[in-house]
Ligand binder design. Structure first.
Ligand code: MN
Length: 204
């Protein structure tokens, strides 16, 4: 396993395959207030690429190309947040997407535990630390612990997706999941426009 650190954008010519796991680390949980600091990516084969985003940066051409490539599926855990963050940072709509949290909610209706740590422990048998979740991701130099944590959020998403797909097929919810994934970029856009949870557009 290797963690590759990049400043500002993915390197030219890097191919990450047809399904790319993506996560973001930010200054906070409000995409309209808090800036994007790190974008993590993995092709599922054990390596992670971390892209540090500078304050005020509004373009990352190689990353933007990947996010909008119709031939590359972007795999997230709670993609709603990351997709909104990436739209706010670079103005791009990330698609097509797949979300392990939505898939979990569709098939694991016996629990309300859909956090990544629980899913990896329950479905993949991997224990990841969440210790660095609330650290200062805007730092110029990331610590080794931050890099390991950031990488662990994307390294196992392909395995988790495979497990969730078995359960989606078993429960006959594959097609419903696909329609939710197709709507996810729109849901993220609504968040940015002010129709967030407390002002849900589907509420009466
Ligand atoms: Mn993360």
């Amino acid at each position: 396993m290797a963690i590759h650190l990049h400043k500002g954008d993915l390197p030219d010519g890097l191919a990450l395959g047809p399904v790319v796991a993506i996560d973001t680390e930010t200054m906070g949980l409000d995409p309209r207030r808090d800036r994007l600091c790190v974008v993590q990516l993995s092709d599922g084969n054990g390596d992670a690429h971390l892209v540090q985003i500078a304050k005020g940066q509004t373009r990352a051409p190689n990353l933007e190309r990947l996010l909008t490539d119709p031939a590359v599926l972007k795999l997230f855990h709670y993609g709603r947040f990351d997709i909104a963050m990436l739209k706010q940072a670079f103005g791009v709509t990330t698609a097509p997407v797949w979300c392990t949290k939505i898939a979990s909610k569709l098939v694991r209706t016996f629990t309300d535990r859909h956090g990544l740590k629980y899913l990896l422990a329950d479905l993949v048998g991997i224990d990841v630390s969440k210790q660095q979740q609330t650290s200062d991701w805007g730092a110029e130099e990331l610590t080794e612990a931050q890099k390991d944590y950031a990488a662990s959020d994307v390294l196992y998403l392909h395995k988790l997706k495979a497990e969730l797909e078995v359960r989606l097929r078993r429960e006959a919810r594959v097609e419903l999941a696909e329609r939710l994934f197709a709507f996810l970029p729109t849901r993220a856009e609504l968040d940015l426009l002010g129709w967030e949870d407390t002002n849900d557009i589907f509420l009466h």
